[in-house]
Design a protein around this ligand. Structure first.
Ligand code: ADP
Length: 476
């Protein structure tokens, strides 16, 4: 099959969160299964062209944009069997950050989507499947199903929801810019455009990144106002759990960490922990339990239960290491906490992929108290590094973290259901109690490290879903 991805962020070129991990590793897994895969992403200013050998320019096209036209070029490279195309318009698409104000992004990504549609339509290798990700490339689905339906008549559309909370709601005027009809979908109010809702309505199949989240989003609690629309697409809605790039995240070969280790020989992990404690100015102690937190400091990640829970977790004698960026108010609160608990709580307010890997390797436990979580990658990367997750049983976390107390033989972490600081502290305490027993803890860690979270299984499920999308398109 020929499969064309479009996404706002793709690792390693540009990464803000999990979408980049997926768009940067699933295509390679599909290529390894013998499919022909391309990925389009915007050429953001932050992308280091020299480092990745991205040419200045490629073929260029004049893309209709409102009443005018916009010159877009398509520099491209091949990486691990995947053609990666950087959609370049310094004036209208390239910005310093991947995401900015939604009104600006709606136009940028609207033009991006149209530029991708134009590129695919002009290609002599038109895709069998166009796979768009999140709201930023959602209008591509409307385009393939609408104005480009003749040129791209052989292309089925798949839309994947990585996070339903971001829908890209903006003014319907953007539709005029990108050449789509004004006709509203049910959830839009007058004058409003909801790109994500349109893609959900128009795609041949819709998917999200875990089985549990696929069911949760049909409810009012998690549906973000789109539960009715999603319920209508229930028969075409898939939940496929994310994998991780097991070559990038591999404690046996990771060059960013102090010592290498494997499931069979975990001795290097203690060196990673000591190095991390030294680096972050924490007291060095091999038996002092160390919790890691990596992620956006936003409500979704459970920051409002983590904040009151942190002093209680620190009171047990444990250390906590936090790496993240996010809402200024949360950052300020955490700065105060870090000042209060110097030497025990370390806070790094930046995006730092190498430090993230040192934390995944050096921590004993990983906290993920999300309010909602489409899939979550932190817990999967932690497991790979033998760092035991303490997570709320929601979305993808519920699908991937099994409580070791409830299921001693298969458990790989600790989980709690209620969204409260008390429930989180309770789970952390159970984890700490288990941590004190060295031999069973080492066995738990070994089991965690031996789990397979590579893309192999999920990539096969994506292929099945692509087949279903093509069948559904033919039937329509
Ligand atoms: P999100 O909702 O942000 O997509 P995920 O758990 O799916 O959450 O993915 C987050 C990804 O981004 C993980 O690979 C995580 O390690 C990484 N990450 C998040 N914040 C940071 C940070 N401040 N520095 C480095 N990596 C980060």
């Amino acid at each position: 099959m020929r499969i064309a991805f479009a996404a706002a962020e793709v690792a390693p070129y540009a990464k803000v969160g999990g979408l980049a991990d997926v768009a940067g590793s699933l295509p390679q897994a599909l290529a390894a299964l013998g499919h022909e895969v391309s990925v389009h992403l915007p050429l953001h200013r932050s992308i280091d062209r020299a480092r990745f050998g991205i040419p200045d320019d490629g073929p260029s096209r004049s893309v209709p944009y409102g009443r005018a036209r916009s010159r877009v070029s398509y520099p491209a490279i091949d990486r691990e069997g995947v053609r990666t195309v950087f959609v370049r318009s310094d004036r209208r698409i390239g910005r310093d950050t991947v995401y900015g104000p939604v009104e600006v992004d709606a136009k940028r990504y609207g033009l991006f989507s149209r530029a991708v549609a134009e590129d695919l339509a002009a290609s002599d290798r038109r895709p069998d499947v166009v796979h768009a990700h999140d709201w930023h490339s959602a209008l591509l689905v409307s385009m393939v199903a609408g104005p480009y339906r003749r040129t791209l008549r052989g292309s089925a559309t798949v839309f994947t929801i990585h996070n339903l909370a971001y829908q890209g709601k903006t003014s319907a005027e953007v539709l005029d810019l990108v050449g789509l009809p004004r006709r509203r979908v049910a959830v839009e109010s007058r004058g409003e455009l909801n790109p994500m809702a349109r893609a959900i309505a128009a795609a041949d199949v819709v998917s999200t990144v875990s089985d549990r989240y696929a069911r949760e989003i049909l409810t009012k609690e998690f549906g973000e106002g789109l539960e009715g629309l999603l319920a209508r697409r229930r028969d075409d809605l898939y939940g496929i759990v994310n994998g991780i790039d097991v070559e990038l995240f591999d404690p046996a070969t990771d060059r960013h960490i102090a010592a290498r280790y494997t499931a069979g020989d975990q001795s290097g992990k203690a060196a990673c922990k000591a190095a991390l404690q030294r680096e972050l100015h924490l007291a060095v102690g091999e038996r002092t339990p160390l919790f890691g937190v990596i992620g956006r400091l936003v409500e979704q990640k459970g920051i409002d239960i983590l904040t009151p829970a942190a002093p209680e977790i620190l009171a047990t004698g444990a250390q906590v290491v936090v790496l993240g960026t996010g809402h200024p108010a949360y950052e300020a609160t955490w700065r105060e906490l870090a000042a209060r608990f110097g030497g025990k709580l370390s806070l790094t307010l930046s995006f730092d992929a190498a430090l993230a890997q040192r934390i995944y390797a050096g921590a004993d436990l990983f906290l993920m108290p999300s309010r909602f979580e489409p899939c979550g990658l932190g817990q999967l990367i932690s497991l790979r590094y033998g760092t035991i997750p303490v997570a709320r049983a929601v979305g993808g976390l519920a699908d991937t973290v099994r409580d070791a107390a409830a299921d001693p033989r298969r458990g790989n972490g600790f989980s709690f259901r209620e969204y409260t600081a008390a429930a989180l502290v309770g789970a952390a305490r159970r984890a700490l109690a288990a941590y004190r027993h060295e031999a069973p803890w080492a066995a738990l860690r070994e089991r965690a490290m031996r789990e397979d979270h590579s893309w192999a299984a999920s990539a096969t499920r994506y292929v099945e879903m692509y087949e279903a999308a093509r069948a559904s398109k033919r039937a329509a």
